[in-house]
Design a protein around this ligand. Sequence first.
Ligand code: SF4
Length: 362
Amino acid sequence: MPLTFELNTALRMCGFDRVFDTNFTADLTILEEGTELLLRLKKALLDGQPAAFPQFTSCSPGWVKYLEHFYPEYIPNLSTAKSPQQMFGAVIKTYYAEKHGINPADIVTVALMPCSAKKFECNRPEMDDSGFKDVDYGLTTRELAKMISETGLDLPHLPKSDFDAPFGTATGSGVIFGATGGVMEAALRTVIELVVGVKVEDLFEHADIKPVRGFEGVKYAEIPVTQVGPVPAILAPLFPSWDFLKGATLKVAVAHGTANAKKVMEDIKAGGPFSKCHFIEFMGCPGGCIGGGGQPIPTSPEIRKARAKAIYDEDAAYAVRKSHENPDVLRIYSEFLTEGPCGHPSHKLLHTHYTERGRYIE
Ligand code: SF4
């Protein structure tokens, strides 16, 4: 049984004033990254301009660093959307601070992550779009376990408590970010539904997009767009209609672990089948974050399998399973990021920029 809500109590007892759910910014990432994909498709298919395809996911700092070192010529293919961790820091020190009358200089943000590379990511000097260091510290799950044990707290027997508002609502899509294929599945649930105009459950049973699930090193799927619906209000400023997508086939792939990433990147360099993809999810660790470097030791294929099962079971139990239906995400777009996904305020706070000198430096 997940101990998420007991953990909220433990964190407060350890001295944290507010506890927010990173799944909130996982949903925000899907809105931003999914819109970016649609904008690239529009640029290529409607405007006839060159666009960098395949678009690569950018939420795994292990993968991002690998690409920067070994395939820097493909940096333009990386989504400019920041990771959920970095989006959260930027949002807390702007939107949250403003809403609650707190001086952002007085806020210390700590990200609890399965990942040791997240410490590196939060220390990248350009991650300061809030006007401050967006995320001050990263703690791994292993470090937190040690902290809790040092304080003598009996985690499984603590009372449960909720996340703090206004970032306490998550969806099943945010939860599955932790397993290989999860970011792709979350993005597809949203992109398909917003474009096709029918419930994704009508196309994939229970909204489970199984072709992108599982531990195969590299997965590939094709999604034909046989019909399009009306453009939803949140994307109306960017897209007059979806006609440019009618009849297209969305080609996607998923790779986890750098050995598999290398295979896909070499294939792309050679002009192979993966170079024809529109969107590829890469995760630095085998199995995705469930096998992350900050996770409890040991990690084995069986343990990864059990962690993935726990994640998909949790997703199935969520009342809301799609990022674009997260009410807290919709609220931040109506109150703060008022130009919608990929609008100017979002771009400033939630996206990075690349140049020949590096990914993030404007
Ligand atoms: S896949 Fe690994 S490197 Fe990437 S975010 Fe997850 S734990 Fe970190």
